[in-house]
Structures are given as structure tokens and as C-alpha cells.
Design a protein around this ligand. Structure first.
Ligand code: SF4
Length: 367
């Protein structure tokens, strides 16, 4: 009898796909190739701001393939997950980016793609020839049409990994069971069941449809996990790997590991990399640019702080340094500079230039 195993806190009936293994390590670059999509899923998590023809590499908006290479290097990526919107809206761009990624990082750079389109044989061949390693079909609104079934069967004939990825909508047990049965029957390589999530983009619609979050601080919808476990149990005797991917896992494992990888390449000698992949640093805002330069000089010469433990942002009059150093020196420091400083804060931020600040502790504020 096959068992349901735990994998990074998720549940799984057999070994996950290569794409999932790399995601768990945070080693997959998320390439949001366009925000456009014509599938109109009522649960679409893509925000209004992103539902247009824009490209993101992880959290950064980009304009060219060169920028995707830069971001892939920043997280020491071993592959990319191509998503959107629907990448099939812009197959030529997907092919262009695949070619660039494979050329730069080699054929072993593992690329997978999500689509809600029933791709034609020509489109599948184009993607395969550009080096796509794995394809994940998402039947929009859990409606697996004959057209999509044909496309999936066509894809299965190519020598690559073909799977299905769907949200576990709590009251859609019948449709989900039929999709899993199809995947088993056609011997697909895997099926991924995602915990159904309420997001900023679908909140109003899901509320009207009476879907509720399972906990106040969670995006996960009540009943989704229970249904996923029920389905894993029912289908576990079949050889196809069924992987249940929880909402918590996406934040606590995938995102966290990706941020840690980025923080290791991005952080400065004065930063502390935190457990969640954010960086902690001290930020000092000065009254003027002249004050900024003077304070930097005094910190180096009188306080004997190493030059590489200080960075300045002249445009915004910010000086960054180690939060431990500032916490220790703050009293002496303020004796010398009280009038020249607007504020001193410890911040936790995403490891990007101007990255989102999630924690801010004021140490001093000019009256
Ligand atoms: S296929 Fe994906 S991107 Fe397109 S509408 Fe559905 S959930 Fe949104």
C-alpha cells in the first residue's frame, strides 16, 4: 500500500517533479512573462496592476532578457518557472527568454511553464525546441475541455514532463476527481493540488461566493486542505505523484528560501540576513547631503568604523550601517550629531534596492 508522505510540510503520494524540487530550494526564478490572460478564472490571483503586458523576474519589473539573467544570478537560480497571466499569450517572448536562459546557464537550467491554453502541436514543438523541460496545464475554472485533453495528450507524446496543476476549490470535489482520474488514465507525470487562496485580487468575488479564510491571518480558504487530504487518500494507490502544495509552504519554504538565496548575494557586509530571508540594517537620515558626508567621515575616523560597513544614498540623505554598531554607539553618536540627524531606525527589508520594509524600529527622531 502506498503511503502519503510529508515533504517540506506538504503532503505527497510519490516523488515530486524536478520543477517542484527546485522551487522548494528557492532555486527557481519566477518569470512572470506577461500579465495578460484570456481565461477569466473567477479566482484569478493576479492583481489589477499586473494584468497587463509587463514582465517581472521575481519581485523586479524587467524590460529585457539581459535583466532576467541578472536576477537569475542574484538568486543563484538553477531554473525558472514561467508564469503570468498566461505565457501562451506571448509564445514568441517565452521562446526568446528560454533561448537566452538556456544559452547563459546551459541545458540543465530547468524550465517549467504554466498554461491555461490548449496549446497546438506547433506551439508545443516550439516550446520543446526552445528547451522547455516541464509543462503544467491548468484547466481554467476546473473545466477540462476535450480541446485541452487533446493538447495534454499531444504534450505527453513529446519527451518532456507533463503535469496538471489546479487549485483545490472546496465545493468542486467532483470536477477535481475527474481531472485527477484523467491524469491517472493518461499516465501524466504528476498532478499538483494547490491550496485555494483568497488574495487582494479575488477577495470581493470569493466573499460573494461565501468562501472564507481558514484563519484570520491566512490566505488559505476553509475546506480546501481537508478536500486535498481526502483526494490524496482516495488516489494514493495510483502511481502518479499527487502533490498537495499548501499556502503556508509557499511563504515559509519557497519564498523564504528564494529570499535567503538573494540576500546572500545582495547583502552588504553590514547587513544581517534574517531567518525569513530579509536583511536587517540601521538607516540614518541626515538633514542635508553635507551632513551625510561629514557623518560618514567622522564614523570612519573617530568611531573607527570600517569603510565597508558604511554606505550612503546621497539622493535621499541616508546612511546605512550595521544595526548592532549603531545600537552600541547611539548615545555617543547622538552627542556628536543630534542636530544633523532627522532620524535613526533599524529596518528589516526585502533584499532589493528599495525593497519593501516590513519592520521599522525608531531609535531616534528629531523633535
Ligand atoms: S489562467 Fe491563471 S492568470 Fe489566467 S485568469 Fe486563470 S488564474 Fe488568472
Amino acid at each position: 500500500m502506498r503511503r502519503i508522505a510529508k515533504w517540506h510540510g506538504n503532503k505527497i503520494t510519490a516523488e515530486p517533479s524536478e520543477g517542484c524540487k527546485l522551487c522548494a530550494l528557492g532555486a527557481k526564478l519566477v518569470l512572470f512573462i506577461t500579465g495578460e490572460c484570456d481565461s477569466n478564472c473567477f479566482y484569478c490571483p493576479v492583481t489589477k496592476e499586473r494584468r497587463k503586458d509587463i514582465i517581472f523576474a521575481n519581485e523586479q519589473e524587467i524590460k529585457s532578457p539581459n535583466e532576467v539573467i541578472k536576477e537569475a544570478k542574484m538568486i543563484s537560480a538553477k531554473g525558472a518557472g514561467i508564469t503570468g497571466g498566461d505565457p501562451a499569450i506571448t509564445i514568441n517572448r517565452v521562446v526568446e527568454y528560454l533561448n537566452v536562459l538556456k544559452k547563459e546557464f546551459g541545458q540543465n537550467f530547468h524550465c517549467h511553464l504554466y498554461t491555461s491554453h490548449s496549446l497546438t502541436k506547433t506551439q508545443l514543438d516550439e516550446l520543446r525546441n526552445a528547451g522547455l523541460d516541464e509543462i503544467r496545464f491548468h484547466p481554467p475554472r476546473l473545466n477540462l475541455t476535450n480541446k485541452m485533453k487533446n493538447s495534454i495528450e499531444e504534450s505527453r507524446k513529446l519527451e518532456w514532463i507533463t503535469g496538471i496543476e489546479i487549485p483545490v476549490i472546496p465545493d468542486k470535489e467532483q470536477s477535481i476527481s475527474e481531472i485527477i482520474s484523467f491524469a491517472i488514465d493518461r499516465k501524466l507525470n504528476f498532478i499538483n493540488l494547490n491550496e485555494f487562496e483568497i488574495t487582494e485580487a479575488n477577495f470581493e468575488t470569493l466573499k460573494k461566493m461565501n468562501y472564507e479564510s481558514k484563519e484570520t491571518v491566512s490566505a488559505a480558504v476553509k475546506g480546501s486542505e481537508e478536500l486535498a487530504y481526502k483526494l490524496l487518500k482516495r488516489f494514493k494507490k495510483h502511481p502518479i505523484p499527487i502533490h498537495y502544495c499548501s499556502s503556508k509552504y509557499k511563504d515559509n519554504v519557497q519564498l523564504r528560501n528564494r529570499l535567503i538565496r538573494r540576500a546572500k548575494n545582495y547583502s552588504k557586509p553590514f547587513d544581517t540576513i534574517l531567518n525569513d530571508g530579509l536583511i536587517a540594517r540601521a538607516r540614518i537620515k541626515t538633514v542635508s547631503e553635507q551632513n551625510l558626508l561629514k557623518i560618514k567621515q567622522v564614523l570612519i575616523e573617530d568611531f573607527e568604523i570600517d569603510n565597508n560597513l558604511i554606505e550612503i544614498d546621497v539622493e535621499n540623505c541616508y546612511l546605512f550601517t550595521s544595526w548592532q554598531i549603531i545600537s552600541k554607539l547611539i548615545n555617543d553618536f547622538l552627542k556628536s550629531f543630534k542636530e544633523e540627524i532627522v532620524n535613526i531606525e533599524i529596518i528589516h527589508q526585502y533584499p532589493y534596492d528599495g525593497g519593501l520594509i516590513t519592520y521599522l524600529e525608531p531609535l531616534f527622531e528629531k523633535k
